[in-house]
Design a protein around this ligand. Sequence first.
Ligand code: ATP
Ligand code: MG
Length: 159
Amino acid sequence: QMTPVLEMLEDVADRFSFQMQERGIKPTLFVANGVDSVWIDRDQIDQVLDNLFSNAMKYTPEDGTIAMEARIMEDKMLAISLQDNGIGIPRKDLDRIFERFYRVDKARSRNMGGTGLGLSIAREIVRAHGGTISLQSELGSGTRVTFTLPLQEQGGDGR
Ligand code: ATP
Ligand code: MG
């Protein structure tokens, strides 16, 4: 369905507002000029956003920040990114991070809960929408995940 991007991102932050307050984490939201609505399966993209947001929460210490951003790329794709200033991911793990059940270093993940499926499911959903997802991270300074979604309405009349 046609979904207003600003509202969708505000809603994600709202779903985590209690947890964020408890941990002193501050969210920021930036939606660039020209970003309006996007044609998506809202439930599925909410699942992607919840996955990414909960990762950012889990791996960001007290008083961190989580920044969400939406902008339009040259190729008529919408790009949504979530950036945290948490513990980051070691370079050697970056290649495998989207694999099913892959989790960085069992020790640090053990008491965090989770199965290691979040990112692989997020990638499946984004790809099914015709987009891509990528992750950049620096150990000790933070992680940014960006995914794209086509802005043109798909299918319908076969065009
Ligand atoms: P699940 O999402 O199934 O509850 P999970 O969060 O461990 O479990 P993924 O979301 O697939 O699984 O993430 C895989 C691994 O990538 C995590 O275990 C964690 O080590 C690392 N990771 C993901 N996001 C971040 C982040 N924002 N900061 C630091 N590490 C991260
Ligand atoms: Mg996860």
